[in-house]
Design a protein around this ligand. Structure first.
Ligand code: MSP
Length: 642
């Protein structure tokens, strides 16, 4: 069997259920797995739970539960929440499982036989919260460097000769620049190694919970030593077949568990066993809330599924797409060198700009214009050069960033195609091409569809539901491979488009987490001399009228009337029919593509048998005819007018 692309996440302590911080690491691994599968690789994606250790035992006691029952319950919740977040793991390992107990004991035994493990007396401090041993000089004001309480430990234990591996570790890091990323983390690890490594205590006296060392029930294996082994347990080591998986291509984790554990203790253990090292360790930054690391004990926890639920309630967007919106936010704000601060305001802002505006508009406009101008089918064409170039550039950047595990940049590269598309529509103005009968029209519309198809492929690892929805609207089978992405061969010429369906309704400013400052009352204009002054109204009366920027996508005379036109107007994420009495002043083709000001919260009315959902603002000329109001430069789609 060929070697599979093996991806791991840390295994999570079951003292708390997932929050947006732990979700981040798991999500990153999921994106990597989905991307690799789209490259055609066989993937194995492992996640799981860290269930031994004092921290978990204490949490079970605090919950008044039997530890085994407690870990079963919480591990079950992890699986459920990860599935809810569309995490496609292949194996879920729990360190209380028999397969792991056997493997951990085997590792201990082999390292002992090889002389890397020796007995001794441990005297020092222990931080239960991070399950870490500290010496006196590590403490800050009597607390661990992370600010946690510590307890004094004096026990007969076993030690691992970590100090023996210092040189080899440094050499490995030096000759394998991709071993630790990002670079700032590699430098931290090198700095740590150069201070010199001490042997580590790898057993604790048995508190009635944990993995006993072989042949001696009075001691259990130190929880970090046991936890790291999970990555090889899942390969089936030492039984045959593990070589199909090990070494891992990438191990994802937060920066807090990189230096001491994954970049020193773990590779040293592997060296001691004579096993190869993982190809890459990615140590991302933290997602903080108000500058503080998210943690259950601080009570500042944001749960990813609740976030999606809230968004769906606020906007009316489908729950499945709301989950993708959370995934998108995690990708776009994925911390690497620095930490990122999570705020609900920023989550809502990004939803509006990236998804409701950029993606929503590109899709709605393209679908409406394809329906109008090329009969709702994919033209048999090639893209214009500027489209082919923009797409090729985004695809190239996307791949480069994905290979370097820079998910934030890869996500930006995918959205770049969408931003290009919106600009392309504005500059190539298909409605003007239609009006003048320009033969470039089908080519332009083909280019627009190709941009969307490309975005579908590139966004798929991040937002699988959104990708499916784009494919459905384009009337194409979902792209499951990145091969050929961005090329015309991914679109079936002549195939009919699917149903246009707005995905992400905008969050109105007044409903978003941080309301925009209230509009200042506008200076009242002097009434025109000839017009009698009308009753003054308060700003609150004016504010009742919701004015928005719309774009005319279709216009035709309304049958049975010589005054009315029937228009289809896109207002933000929805398309509305508006009937307007402007036929004497405007030819339908002159209106297509034009921006207009729409009274958006007018009660629907029936005009000559046609429903009108809104009204266009116009000045009145000397004869009572309409002069349509238009913003004096392109305004964002659906922008508020006040
Ligand atoms: N059980 C250990 C890992 C053992 S791996 C052999 C552990 N568990 S943890 O549940 O505390 O954390 C797991 C991972 O989640 C770590 O990579 C940690 O950095 C990450 N995060 C936890 N909170 C986080 C944030 N607020 N932000 C980013 N990552 C966060 O450590």
């Amino acid at each position: 069997m060929p070697k599979r692309y093996y991806i791991t996440t840390p295994i999570y302590y079951v003292n708390s259920v997932p929050h947006i911080g732990t979700a981040l690491t798991t999500f990153a691994a999921d994106v990597t797995a989905r991307y690799q599968k789209m490259l055609g690789r066989e993937v194995m994606f492992l996640t799981g739970t860290d269930e031994n250790g004092l921290k978990v035992l204490e949490a079970a006691k605090a919950a008044g539960k039997d530890p085994m029952q407690f870990v079963d319950e919480v591990a079950g919740q992890f699986v459920e929440i990860w599935r809810g977040m569309k995490i496609e793991f292949d194996d879920f390992i729990r360190t209380t499982e028999e397969r792991h107990v056997r493997c951990a004991q085997e590792v201990f035994q082999r390292l002992r036989e090889a002389g890397h493990v020796y007995p001794g007396t441990y005297e020092g401090w222990y931080d239960v919260s991070s399950e870490t041993f500290y010496k006196e000089s590590d403490l800050v004001d009597g607390l661990s460097p992370d600010g946690n309480p510590v307890t004094w430990v004096q026990e007969e234990n076993f030690f691992f000769r970590l100090s023996d591996f210092e040189e080899r570790l440094l050499q490995h890091i030096e000759s394998n620049p991709q071993f630790i990323v990002p670079e700032v983390r590699r430098n931290e690890v090198v700095g740590f190694l150069k201070q010199g490594l001490r042997d580590v205590c790898i057993t604790r006296s048995n508190p009635g919970w944990g993995i006993p060392i072989p042949g001696d029930d009075s001691k259990v294996i130190y929880v970090w030593f046991d936890a790291l082994i999970n990555y090889i347990t899942a390969t089936g080591w030492p039984d045959s077949g593990w070589e199909d998986l090990w070494p891992a291509e990438v191990e994802w984790m937060g920066k807090d568990i990189l230096t001491r554990f994954h970049a020193t203790l773990w590779p040293a253990m592997l060296m001691g066993l004579g096993l190869p090292l993982p190809a890459t360790l990615v140590g991302h930054g933290w997602m903080t809330l108000g500058g503080e690391k998210i943690s259950k004990s601080k009570g500042n926890v944001v749960r990813p599924l609740e976030l999606a639920e809230g968004l769906s309630e606020l906007t009316g967007c489908e729950r499945d797409l709301a989950i993708d919106a959370v995934r998108h936010h995690m990708a776009a704000t994925m911390p690497y060198e620095d930490d990122t601060v999570f705020t609900l305001e920023e989550f809502h802002r990004r939803y509006n700009t990236d998804l409701a505006n950029d993606l929503g508009n590109a899709l709605n406009r393209s679908m409406a214009m394809a329906a109008k101008f090329v009969g709702g089918a994919i033209p048999d064409e090639q893209p214009e050069d500027e489209v082919a170039q923009a797409i090729a550039q985004s695809v190239e950047q996307y791949r480069r960033h994905m290979e370097a595990f820079r998910l934030d940049r890869a996500s930006a590269a995918s959205l770049e195609v969408i931003r290009f598309l919106n600009k392309y529509i504005d500059t190539r103005a298909p409605w003007a091409l239609a009006k003048s009968g320009d033969p470039a029209l089908p080519r332009v519309l083909f280019g627009m569809a190709l941009c969307l198809r490309t975005a579908e492929g590139l966004l798929r690892p991040f937002m699988p539901g959104v990708a499916d929805a784009i494919a459905a609207q384009l009337g194409q089978v979902p792209l499951t491979s990145l091969e050929g992405v961005g090329t015309p061969s991914t679109l079936r010429p002549g195939s009919k488009l699917g149903e246009a369906r707005p995905m992400f309704p905008r969050i109105q400013a007044e409903r978003a987490a941080a309301p925009e400052p209230k509009a200042q009352p506008p200076e009242r204009p002097h009434p025109a001399k000839e017009a009698p002054p009308s009753e003054p109204i308060g700003i609150e009366d004016f504010a009742k009228v919701e004015l928005r920027i719309g774009r005319v996508l279709e216009a035709e005379p309304l049958e049975g009337s010589d005054k009315l036109l029937r228009l289809q107007v896109v207002v933000g994420s929805e398309t509305r029919q508006i009937v307007a009495g402007i036929r004497a002043q405007y030819a339908p083709l002159d209106l297509i593509g034009r921006q207009v000001v729409v009274v958006a919260n007018l009660k629907p009315a029936m005009l000559r048998g046609a429903e009108s959902r809104g009204m266009l603002l116009a000045a009145v000329d000397g004869e009572g005819g309409a002069i349509l109001l238009q913003p004096d430069r392109e305004a964002p789609e659906g922008a508020k007018v006040r």
